[in-house]
Design a protein around this ligand. Structure first.
Ligand SMILES: [Zn+2]
Length: 177
């Protein structure tokens, strides 16, 4: 079964003028779309496709939250998302994509918007995303403090928990700024 079927829009079937679609982007959607950065969330997406003959203006409006690891403690945090995006789609001989202009093969006529929605969400995640002050995982914070005191020991230990390696990377990144 194609779990992303609802996101594959048959452009030939659209009427002239505005065609409106609503989608619920939940964990099932994120799992089906298979992006690496976000795999949990709960958002509402409204999509208007304004058809003028063989030209389509697609407007996305996405609102809700995604759950992604906090930069500091790595526990999931709730990140609010509010995204507006737009695409121009036209028919052509080959499928192609160039910034805002998407060409869909006319004999196929299907526009898959599942990945465009995902990209719009990811682009709206702030580079730095952390829990509100005091909301970080306390155990992790304590471990992090202990870790700064004995950092050389931890680095020489090859059996490091993968989460520690992530922390080390993050800390190194911070130091380079
Ligand atoms: Zn945190």
């Amino acid at each position: 079964m194609d779990r992303l079927k609802a996101y594959k829009i048959d452009l030939h079937g659209l009427k002239e003028g505005v065609n409106a679609f609503d989608f619920k982007l939940d964990n099932d959607y994120f799992e089906a779309v298979g992006g690496e950065l976000v795999n949990k969330g709960n958002l509402d997406a409204h999509v208007d496709i304004d058809r003028k003959s063989s030209l389509f203006e697609v407007k996305f409006n996405i609102e809700g939250v995604v759950y992604i690891p906090c930069d500091i403690c790595l526990d999931d945090m709730e990140q609010p998302i509010y995204a507006d995006n737009r695409l121009i789609v036209k028919f052509g001989k080959e499928n192609s994509e160039d910034d805002e202009l998407v060409v869909v093969r006319e004999d196929d006529g299907v526009l898959d918007i599942s990945w465009f929605l995902y990209e719009s969400i990811v682009l709206n995640i702030p580079i730095k995303h952390v829990h509100a002050p005091g909301k970080c995982n306390r155990d992790m914070m304590n471990a992090l403090e202990a870790h700064s005191a004995t950092r050389s020991d931890v680095e020489s230990n090859s059996a490091v928990d993968p989460r520690w390696s992530e922390l080390l990377k993050i800390k190194d990144k911070d130091l380079n700024i």
